[in-house]
Design a binder for this molecule. Structure first.
Ligand SMILES: Nc1ncnc2c1ncn2[C@@H]1O[C@H](COP(=O)(O)OP(=O)(O)OP(=O)(O)O)[C@@H](O)[C@H]1O
Ligand SMILES: [Mg+2]
Length: 234
């Protein structure tokens, strides 16, 4: 049992005093954060508060940015952005497989996101929601220990977004990666995550554990308040 205990207790992501600045302006100001393996975390914050900066740091995509602090993240990390970033000159299956082999695994991943039969389509032949599903399939074939998502549903209509929420939650349950999801949307955060963080003045201003059996409205009011939006109780 000992090795398992070690795995369970060691966080997947560990940040200590993480700092990032642009042109002398501090955007992340000493962030401390542990994300346990398998936890689904949503990150809220005003536009420009540094959410994408934090995500890019965790993804290891910010070597050009000035910063300091300690950062530990798993080896297998997948990133999903607001636009699918599919390569237009490659068919859907080839996009999903990009840089990996295993046609079968690619087909399975497409089936998992409801795109079975669309393997040979071009990205331009898919709807926005389908393109995001293909992007999710592409992240899945890499069996990530950590899935980073920066407003992945931000460009989708409300109905498609609700379907994508259900899909993401289902994929997370099945594959159990740790997730760090950046979103503007308080309701999306509460529906999806087990824990919601609010980034404020370069720090984690609020760290809220979401319990599924408690009323969502309670969390909603607290999170909106943390974001500076007051909600009348009438
Ligand atoms: N490459 C860059 N060069 C200069 N400034 C940058 C760069 N990237 C981000 N910034 C600045 O850092 C701050 C945080 O940006 P970031 O993109 O992390 O915000 P965000 O919380 O993701 O915002 P949004 O919700 O609008 O996506 C902003 O003021 C932005 O102008
Ligand atoms: Mg952003």
């Amino acid at each position: 049992m000992a090795p398992h205990t070690e795995q369970l207790t060691r966080p997947a992501v560990r940040l200590r005093g993480l700092t990032r600045s642009f042109d002398g302006r501090t955007v992340l100001d000493g962030i401390d954060l542990d994300i346990p393996a398998g936890q689904f975390v949503a990150l809220l914050g005003h536009s420009g508060s540094g959410k994408s900066t934090l995500l890019r740091a965790v993804a290891g995509l910010d070597h050009e940015v000035v910063g300091s602090g300690q950062l530990t993240a798993p080896e297998r990390v997948s990133v999903v952005f607001q636009d699918s970033r599919l390569l237009p000159w490659r068919r859907v299956l080839d996009n999903v497989l990009l840089g990996t082999d295993g046609q079968e695994r690619g087909r399975e991943a497409l089936a998992e996101v409801g795109l079975a039969g669309r393997e040979r389509a071009w990205p331009s032949e898919l709807s926005g929601g389908e393109q995001q599903r293909a992007a999710l399939a592409r992240s899945l074939v890499r069996e990530p220990e950590l899935l980073l998502a920066d407003e992945p549903f931000g460009a989708l209509d409300a109905l498609t977004r609700i379907k994508m929420h259900a899909l993401l939650r289902e994929l997370w349950k099945r594959h159990q990666p740790s997730v760090l999801l950046v979103t503007h949307d308080v309701d999306e955060a509460i529906v999806l995550a087990d824990r919601v963080l609010v980034l404020e003045s370069g720090r984690i201003g609020l760290d809220l554990t979401i319990e599924r059996d408690r009323p969502r409205e309670e969390y909603r009011v607290r999170l909106l308040a943390a974001l500076g939006v007051s909600v009348g109780s009438g």
